[in-house]
Structure formats: structure tokens, C-alpha cells
Design a protein around this ligand. Structure first.
Ligand SMILES: [Cu+2]
Length: 68
């Protein structure tokens, strides 16, 4: 299990947090997600199932920007 802290920009309300949280949780291999309006996402994931690149990708697909 691995942890990553991503900087996420573009979140403005609880709905945004919900969106980011749910797209991440839908991924196979994601164990725990903590998304905050301050602009970050802490994610615990199984690196044999999902990559950081993929985590960033789904956040961007949801309409936000993410960087490691
Ligand atoms: Cu919002």
C-alpha cells in the first residue's frame, strides 16, 4: 500500500469534493481517499493495481487539475 498527496486545483464546494472523492473511489486499488477544499487529495492505494498517473487522470477527467 502506498500513499500519495496530490495538489488539486479547481475545487470550490462540497460538490467538487464529492466528485473528486467518488471518481477516485471507483478505481480498483484505491483504499482510502481524503479530499479537502484547501486543494489536496490524500490517497492510499495499491500500486500493483493503480498508478499515480491514473489517479491524476481521473481527477482531470472530472474537470479538475491535479499534480503530484
Ligand atoms: Cu463545486
Amino acid at each position: 500500500m502506498k500513499n500519495v498527496h496530490l495538489t488539486v486545483t479547481g475545487m470550490h464546494c462540497g460538490g467538487c469534493i464529492k466528485s473528486v472523492t467518488s471518481v477516485l473511489k471507483e478505481l480498483d486499488g484505491v483504499e482510502q481517499v481524503d479530499v479537502a477544499l484547501e486543494g489536496y487529495a490524500d490517497i492510499q492505494f495499491d500500486e500493483s493495481k493503480v498508478s499515480v498517473t491514473r489517479l491524476i487522470e481521473v481527477i482531470e477527467e472530472a474537470g479538475f487539475d491535479a499534480t503530484e
